[in-house]
Design a protein around this ligand. Structure first.
Ligand code: ATP
Length: 388
């Protein structure tokens, strides 16, 4: 168990800067997710925490102790990779026991036996201990790899896309399993993923990283409801958030946003405080974010709804994405899989202005949200953290 601090860390490969002045504080026992697109710097950051690479600038601290000059073997860090690399000729038992037999950790047989059974029970693979890797499934192999990492009670548990190459069904299953097990790990975990669902379902907190910089750190609620910019808004959420142009419109003391078409006005919910935020920001051109799951639609003409045409319909598992073309804009919405639609048919779209996220169109930075329920939830979350 350890509190991990990454302080002003910069990592270069020749002229290329892979990590740019990274600062993070990961709490003792926290399940911390590093989430970002390919090439963002996630693995490089893990390697620097593990000691496989040394930063050119900055410090890595475990429980306040500077680790930069401590070699990987003495950091007591365990890593699990996408490729679980088990010893093919050793049983599951021996694979899990292998770190405890290494010269560094050398433990007696009774301790090894106790520890192997402890992690095997935790990972629900205790019935497989006598099998060889070739005799177990991929999901079970990944659990053996996790067991081998956990068995020596590491200070820090680093997982680099451990589920990435499992098939979709198994990944889904392992994700919920990991979630259930994580409270028993009793270790600080840093988990790397580029999968939104893994990030939000596993992370106590999530750091969003892009091009070597940390863009935002927050709980899943914070990054989903109050993304610090459009990049985060687009990354967190599936299907991707809709972003439409808008501007403030005032009539008779009432505030509206005009969006999609000239004269299409949506009244801003005053009680959410969004009017004040927009006015105070002095920004006049917005990008307004609407999550696909919040948008309603109908195929019958209805006052106040904006008309579009069906542009696409695509199943994504147990639901579908309906895409409407409204003017020049494509709006993604969630629909049931069995919806009967024809391309180009008229569809009337209701943009949920009480669940909108506003960004500065120029900088793409967050201005505010009109989602009162989300604001309330975030305040409750802050209060409960304060009470702890
Ligand atoms: P992915 O999800 O694709 O694994 P990532 O976020 O883990 O990506 P990194 O592997 O950390 O990204 O790589 C970050 C950047 O640093 C990439 O542009 C990569 O090409 C570069 N990089 C990583 N390791 C090296 C290296 N040893 N030498 C040169 N460049 C490297």
């Amino acid at each position: 168990m350890a509190k991990i601090e990454v302080v002003n860390v910069t990592k270069r490969f020749g002229k290329f800067t892979a990590l740019k002045n990274i600062n993070l504080e990961i709490k003792d026992n926290e399940f911390f997710v590093l989430f970002g697109p390919a090439g963002a710097g996630k693995t490089t950051l893990l390697n620097n925490v593990a000691g496989i690479q040394i930063p050119e600038e900055g410090l890595i601290r475990f429980n306040g102790e500077i680790m930069n000059r401590i070699d990987p073997a003495h950091r007591n860090v365990a890593m699990v990779f996408e490729n679980y690399a088990l010893y093919p000729n050793l049983t599951v038992y021996e694979n899990i026991a292998s770190p405890l037999r290494s010269p560094l950790y050398k433990k007696d047989n009774a301790t090894i036996n106790r520890e192997v059974h402890r992690v095997a029970e935790l990972l629900r693979i205790d019935h497989l201990l006598e099998r060889l890797p070739s005799q177990i499934s991929n999901g079970q192999k990944q659990r053996v790899a996790i067991g081998r990492a956990l068995v020596r009670d590491p200070n820090v548990f680093l997982m680099d896309e451990p589920l990435a190459h499992l098939d979709a069904k198994l990944r889904h299953y392992m994700r919920s399993e990991l979630k259930e097990m994580q409270s028993s790990f009793n270790t600080t975990c840093i988990y790397v993923t580029h999968d939104f669902l893994e990030a939000v379902s596993l992370g106590d907190r999530i750091a969003i990283i892009n091009e070597g910089s940390i863009i935002q750190v927050g709980t899943r609620e914070e990054v989903y409801y109050t993304p610090c910019n459009e990049f985060v808004a687009a990354l967190v959420g599936e299907p991707e958030i809709n972003l439409v142009d808008g501007r403030l419109f005032v009539d008779n003391g009432k505030y509206y946003v005009e969006t999609l078409e000239k004269g299409y006005l949506l009244p801003l919910p005053e009680s959410s405080g969004i009017v004040r935020k927009l006015v105070d920001s002095e920004v006049t051109e917005y990008h307004i974010g609407f999550r696909p799951n919040n948008i309603k639609y109908t195929f019958e003409k209805k006052d106040g709804l904006i008309r579009g045409t069906v542009y696409g319909f695509e199943s994504i598992g147990n639901k579908a994405v309906l895409i409407a073309k409204v003017g020049e804009k494509y709006i993604r919405m969630i629909a049931p899989n069995d919806l009967k639609v024809k391309l180009d048919q008229a569809v009337y779209v209701e943009l949920p202005i009480h669940k909108a996220i506003f960004f500065d169109a120029q900088t793409t930075n967050f201005i505010g949200t009109s989602d009162e329920a989300a604001i309330y939830r975030l305040v409750q979350e802050q209060l409960s953290k304060g009470v702890q």
